[in-house]
Write a protein that binds this ligand. Sequence first.
Ligand SMILES: Cc1ncc(COP(=O)(O)O)c(C=O)c1O
Length: 366
Amino acid sequence: MDFIDLKTQYKKYKKEIDTAIQNVLDTSKYVLGPQVHEVERSLAEFVGVKHCVTASSGTDTLLMSMMTLNIDPGDEVITSPFTFISTVETISLLGAKPIFVDIDPDTFNLNIDQIEQVITPQTKAIMPVSLFGQMPDLDKLNIIAAKHGIPVIEDGAQSFGATLRGKRSCGITTIGSTSFFPAKPLGCYGDGGALFTNDDEIAETLRIIRVHGGLQRDHYIRLGMNGRFDTIQAAVIQAKLPHFLTELKARERIGKRYTELLENCCQPPKVAEGCTSNYAIYTIRIPNRDQVAAFLKEKGIPAPVYYPVPAYAQPVFKSLNVNKKNFPITEQVCDEVLSLPMHPWLTEEAQDFVVESVKEAAAVTV
Ligand SMILES: Cc1ncc(COP(=O)(O)O)c(C=O)c1O
């Protein structure tokens, strides 16, 4: 059984994807070719914002966002400790300090009500993570941020396509960032990502940073990087995008079915009111998690742990000296989470096998 089935997806759209890739090969515009600009228009329309700036990965997009907002050494960026390492790594790469707030036990997203307590004069940005496929209440967060004049960057690497009160992930905050890593709900065939904003100046700066800090040849006006999205990858996303809404519906159906079937044997993920989830990573909470994971593995079910260790407890962040007692929910969740196979082509039969196995595991590991 696959955790994410990319082979079936390729077979379904093979003709469109092969043609799109072949077109790039035929025109040989491999770097910032026309397909990159086309996909940016399509993605901006999908999200419902003025600008999309594609980039080399969902890590580079975070870095580019913070470079655009002039985040410097000593500045503070508020974020979640329960996330993929990129979120925190990029803050630290700029010499800024990640400031953590604890998470919500039901949605795994950062607890918005705790944010105001950690805002200081050094706070230069708030970077919420829309974990496992759904956004935190970014409307509420925007109000707090606006009150303090602080920009918000949504790390929407996992939530592309999800909605909050009808608005799409990546289109609600000052800047929205996503990833097209192959395993993401909208994935390319290598590394890639995109940034979204309604602010003309921010979009222009992002485009400048993406090409070494200068849009004119041999003229560099600020520090930048090579952050470009490959044209071949842009063509893959453009070919997949027309199918994305159908995939999102399938994901929602499968996610909801998991939740109904699993309700009595573990804590399935909760989708908050006003939200839809893309169920990027279907994650339950269950006691004796490690034994349950071992049991599922024996049955041939891939069930990885996202994430076993809070970001602040990673060896690389030891020098931050974070007191784990301030993050009781994160600590507990890291011990209990387990993710189950999830993709738009998961059959009911396969899903039933997963559910029955989780139930059996829960019973034998009590
Ligand atoms: C929450 C989060 N942020 C950032 C990233 C980084 O994206 P990428 O792998 O495209 O660099 C990921 C990807 O795994 C992620 O899950």
